[in-house]
Ligand binder design. Structure first.
Ligand code: C2E
Ligand code: CA
Ligand code: CA
Length: 553
């Protein structure tokens, strides 16, 4: 194979690798039968090299003898033109001689004149995990992902439902683990009674179940959900023991859309969490929550999600000034993310952060945000060395193991002084273990990093949060501020929040100041900083630098 063939093979290979998301990639030049395989696959399966001649036969040797014939038939169909794509599951032998379950998807790329040029695709290694949940006998989460992919690739319609039980761990605590398993078995059988024979049922992680139905509408699902919810609350008997379970549920409709299965799963998780955390267990349908064209929203999310894996293409940070309430001098600014492309224009964070923060991809974006904010922040500090840069941190970022290590590495890498960094977290962090959070914040504060609790007062347990977890700044949400002149309830809330923050020695920042009346009214309270359109909209890095230079002049 000559040099130009290798260059072309490598360039297509690299492109596919970017979007492969942890799967192995293979690409074969069909004229010369030279292939390139991911280094990770070469290592895991002990293949001869990244570049191989006749890789199809080498790979066949690794496939379990019982699965080999189906694999060879499938490949032959692709090569003799009977089928244009390769889609198969088999067991493959790894370097240590054990078999692992793999799903392989591939297709032929043709020349302008229709001659097959490349055969390439991805292999997903499902490890030694099983497709069947041993407790309930239902298909597992791996099966669920596979079935979502299948439905999407065949552009079929389906309703995806996720159900879960609140505080199931109490069943294990009170009745023991075995009884907990019995409950899961009984529920798995109960599901088919309520959701019918057309559905496929899955046991996802913990006390969560998945349902896929090709024809059910969202309103039919709501009806069935309510019946099941009632039953689990009032009539459930397991091994003669009457128990009460509290159900949560969400759904997303896939209507002939071409998106990654992970995107759809994030939308489903988002709907489910909405039911659990904001709707007291009422069924939540994704399209109702976003109240926009379901397919457009999901496709846009999918594009945005894909951009995270391409070095966060299209994302950028804007900065909104925060001023001292007394002097109105600039104290710092908050970094706020945006995403932009030619088709969708500028997309604000409310349209992608809440859904994508559930996604396995999100921590990568979180890292990018921190790195970018500290890189920009260093420039700002050169002009005004007193500034503090606020960065929003999603609770899913904090939850991830290694968050602190990563943050300190980023601080080291960028050379940003940590005493000028303030992390804004929301009260949703209360979902994490309090002791873990407290320890983490103590380590951050030792390094001089400040912690602000954002949107304070909008959560369920504001008082509890402050009492348990010390923070430096409390940010009062715009909802309490915007009508404060007229609304006495808001006046009481702001008075209460600012006094409470004072009692815990935290500074108060009021958000959403849009005019002088609100600014003046807030002088009645003990508020240290102000932020809002009245002072400035969020603006680009260059605009901030211009502002800073003008202030210094
Ligand atoms: P937030 O953290 O509460 O940010 C303040 C939001 O209020 C910003 O919206 C800001 O543009 C808007 N705002 C500021 N002053 C005013 C005002 O006077 N009037 C009105 N009507 N709005 C004002 P934005 O930039 O659209 O961000 C929305 C939310 O998205 C943020 O709310 C935050 O929760 C999230 N977000 C933004 N950037 C990031 C990020 O980098 N990481 C994470 N995890 N979340 C982010
Ligand atoms: Ca914020
Ligand atoms: Ca806020």
């Amino acid at each position: 194979m000559d040099e130009t063939n290798y260059i072309r093979l490598d360039s297509i290979f690299d492109t596919v690798s970017i979007i492969a998301e942890g799967a192995y990639v293979f690409l074969c030049d069909m004229k010369t039968d030279v292939s390139r395989w991911s280094k990770s696959a070469v290592d895991f399966f002990d293949l001869p090299s990244e570049y191989m001649h006749n890789a199809g036969s080498i790979w066949a040797e690794h496939i379990h003898p019982e699965d080999r014939q189906a694999y060879e038939q499938n490949i032959a169909d692709v090569f003799n033109g009977k089928s244009s794509s390769h889609n198969i599951q088999y067991r493959a032998k790894s370097a240590d001689g054990r078999y692992t379950v793999c799903t392989c998807r591939g297709m032929v790329i043709r020349n302008d004149d229709g001659t097959p040029e490349f055969f390439g695709g991805i292999i997903r290694n499902h490890g030694l995990f099983s497709y069947i949940d041993p407790i309930t006998g239902l298909r597992s989460l791996y099966g669920y992902f596979d079935d979502i992919s299948g439905i999407i690739s065949q552009r079929k319609n389906a309703l995806f439902i996720m159900l879960g039980l609140t505080a199931f761990s109490y069943i294990n605590d009170v009745y023991g683990y075995n009884f907990g398993n019995r409950v899961l078995q009984v529920i798995s059988r109960t599901l088919s009674r309520f959701f019918g024979r057309d559905s496929t049922f899955y046991r996802m992680d913990g006390p969560h179940f998945g349902i896929i139905n090709p024809s059910m509408t969202a309103s039919e699902a709501v009806e069935k959900y309510e019946e099941l919810r009632n039953y689990l609350q009032k009539d459930l008997v397991v091994d003669g023991e009457k128990i009460t379970l509290v159900l949560n549920g969400g759904a997303v409709q896939a209507d002939n859309m071409v998106v990654a299965s992970e995107t759809l799963y994030s939308c489903l998780r988002y709907a489910y969490n909405e039911s659990k955390h904001n709707k007291c267990g009422d069924f939540a349908v994704f399209s109702d929550i976003v109240s926009a064209d379901n397919r457009k929203v999901i496709e846009r999310l999918n594009t945005i999600r894909g951009c995270i894996s391409q070095s966060c293409r299209g994302f950028y940070l804007c900065y909104q000034p925060i001023v001292d309430a007394k002097t109105e001098k600039l104290k710092g600014m908050e970094a706020l993310i945006r995403w932009k492309d030619e088709i969708y224009g500028i997309v604000p964070p409310d349209l992608f952060i809440p859904v994508l923060e559930q996604d396995a991809m999100f921590p990568e974006l979180g890292r990018w945000i921190l790195r970018q904010a500290m890189t920009d922040g260093k420039q700002f500090l050169k002009i005004n060395p007193d500034l503090v840069i606020n960065v929003n941190i999603s609770y899913t970022q904090i939850k991830k193991k290694g968050f602190l290590k990563e943050l300190f590495e980023l601080i080291e890498d960028t050379g940003f002084p940590p005493e000028h960094l303030c992390l804004e977290v929301t009260e949703r962090c209360r979902l994490l273990d309090t002791k873990m959070l407290k320890d983490m914040f103590a380590i951050l504060r030792q390094r001089g990093i400040k912690i602000a609790v954002d949107d304070f007062g909008t959560g369920f347990s504001s008082l509890g949060f402050l009492r348990n977890i010390p923070v430096d700044v409390v940010k009062i949400d715009r909802e309490f501020v915007k009508d404060i002149k007229k609304n006495t309830a808001d006046q009481h809330s702001v008075k209460f929040i600012s006094e409470l923050a004072g009692a815990f020695s935290a500074d108060v920042c009021a958000e959403g100041i849009e005019n002088t009346e609100v600014r003046d009214f807030l002088k009645n309270y003990n508020i240290g900083s102000l932020q809002g359109y009245y002072y400035s909209m969020p603006v680009t890095v260059n605009e901030i630098i211009e502002k800073l230079n003008a202030n210094q002049a």
